[in-house]
Design a protein around this ligand. Structure first.
Ligand SMILES: Nc1ncnc2c1ncn2[C@@H]1O[C@H](COP(=O)(O)OP(=O)(O)OP(=O)(O)O)[C@@H](O)[C@H]1O
Ligand SMILES: Nc1ncnc2c1ncn2[C@@H]1O[C@H](COP(=O)(O)OP(=O)(O)OP(=O)(O)O)[C@@H](O)[C@H]1O
Ligand SMILES: [Mg+2]
Ligand SMILES: [Mg+2]
Lengths: 257, 257
């Protein structure tokens, strides 16, 4: 099972758009995929058409209720399609942060929740909020791969070295070997900045950058508004092609064939 | 003195771009302006060309050191130009959050720091991080106006009602009357979604939306990369015209002429 965290503390660089559409494209290729929404703003949940009234328990209950063991992933997950399931988020999750910080082994909570799923899913995709707090840290400890979406603005590149430091810290302290790759998002090839920022990203990440580039494509925004992944909104657009290409690259790099 | 908080928990909707360029346009019109960077990622600081080595104390020291009274704004502020000053941020600020949470009257820390500046500045602009934590809450308690940048994606609109609830909470519990206005950012009039989202924003905010719309303009991204506000990067582009128009509207709505 491959667990991939989609992380970047920079806001608005395409984390949720990548989490939803990569998960949907992998499911399209007959992989069993679970999307976990770790953002209290629940945008991955909303982006798949779910509204707060559609579900009564969420990732919050799984994390906080972990110790008394009477809530399981089975009770919380929602089937978006046969192959694509989601563990929804909820604004309550922001109340979980101070609670988790008081607990021992707080960084292992998500790892413990996902452990029983080893043979049930091929991929678990974790959408993270725009900060490196306890929720993102849980995702880093639980994952074995990380994708860092980077838009072509300069602010996205500034935080990269700090993010890489945090990932190295997890690798050293938790005996992990998280495979990290950058992903160029919202790429508008009409602008000079896009090409420059791609070069800078490759340099900062020592070449660990996907060949696939996600182009700026309004269909991706429209799909999110309709509550659908791009695979069921529009198959004849750059957004669909780019995320399908990304899923091909992810499968090539993964041990799961 | 008008204190304006630039807030939206949605990441990447144009908070920092608005904070830097509105501050620079007001300074251009001979107002005395202080920009306060409340984001631990320090993007407003970086976007004005400052690097961590250029300063040794930041907003972190002002907030944490407030009680022993030996650090003043005078010692921390950096003059970007004659009329535009900035209180820089620093990654240490993320360590301030758990410290502030332990203190009594923690939500008043920024208010106390800014109080002595009453006659020194016409405008103080507060750039906030993409969450509603203790730093953004301090900004809300300190401000008398708030600007909510909203890009045309659907995710930006989802969090609006929760943000308005938080602002109302501050108004009721702290006896404030924060004037709130939405600002359409990254507006690409070639897309249908831009127009739709503008209508929805006006509906959600009961008409409290600036007439000025900030168009999508790569010059704004380029300026940030160069570490300059748009006023000193390019005066012949939509980004400059739109932020100058915004500053005109802000002056019209304000008591400061
Ligand atoms: N390739 C793209 N083309 C066009 N629009 C895009 C693309 N990728 C993302 N977007 C839009 O840009 C906005 C930001 O993307 P998204 O919300 O996925 O970023 P995020 O990193 O998850 O943000 P946050 O930091 O708030 O979690 C959204 O409105 C989304 O629809
Ligand atoms: N009107 C615009 N036209 C083109 N690019 C823009 C515009 N406004 C902002 N940008 C770019 O979009 C990206 C996001 O903007 P910005 O960083 O200001 O948002 P933010 O809300 O401050 O993000 P965060 O939530 O991370 O603090 C930046 O790369 C910025 O340069
Ligand atoms: Mg997101
Ligand atoms: Mg910002």
């Amino acid at each position: 099972m491959q667990i991939i965290a989609i992380i970047n503390q920079k806001g608005g660089c395409g984390k949720t758009t990548t989490a939803i559409n990569l998960a949907a494209c992998l499911a399209n290729k007959k992989k069993n995929v679970l999307l976990v929404d770790m953002d209290p703003q629940a945008h991955a949940t909303l982006g798949l058409g779910l509204r707060p009234g559609d579900y009564s328990i969420s990732i919050y209950d799984l994390l906080i209720g972990k110790d008394n063991g009477n809530i399981h992933v089975e009770d919380v997950k929602i089937n978006v399609s046969d192959k694509l399931h989601i563990i929804p988020s909820d604004v309550m999750l922001s109340a979980a942060e101070p609670v988790l910080l008081q607990r021992e082994y707080r960084e292992y909570y998500l790892t413990d929740v996902l452990k029983p799923l080893q043979d049930k899913y091929d991929f678990i995709i974790l959408d993270c909020p725009p900060n490196i707090g306890i929720l993102t840290f849980n995702a880093l400890v639980a994952c074995n791969g990380a994708i860092i979406p980077i838009d072509s603005g300069s602010f996205s590149l500034y935080g990269l070295s700090r993010l890489m430091e945090t990932i190295n810290l997890v690798n050293v302290n938790y005996g992990h070997k998280i495979k990290v790759n950058g992903l160029a998002t919202m790429y508008d090839r009409r602008t000079r900045m896009a090409g420059e920022s791609l070069l800078e990203m490759r340099r900062n990440l020592l070449g660990h950058v996907f060949k696939t580039v996600i182009r700026l494509n309004v269909r991706l925004k429209e799909a999110a508004k309709e509550g659908k992944p791009i695979t069921s909104y529009c198959k004849d657009c750059p957004g669909y092609k780019d995320y399908m290409d990304l899923s091909t690259e992810v499968l090539q790099m993964s041990t799961i064939k």
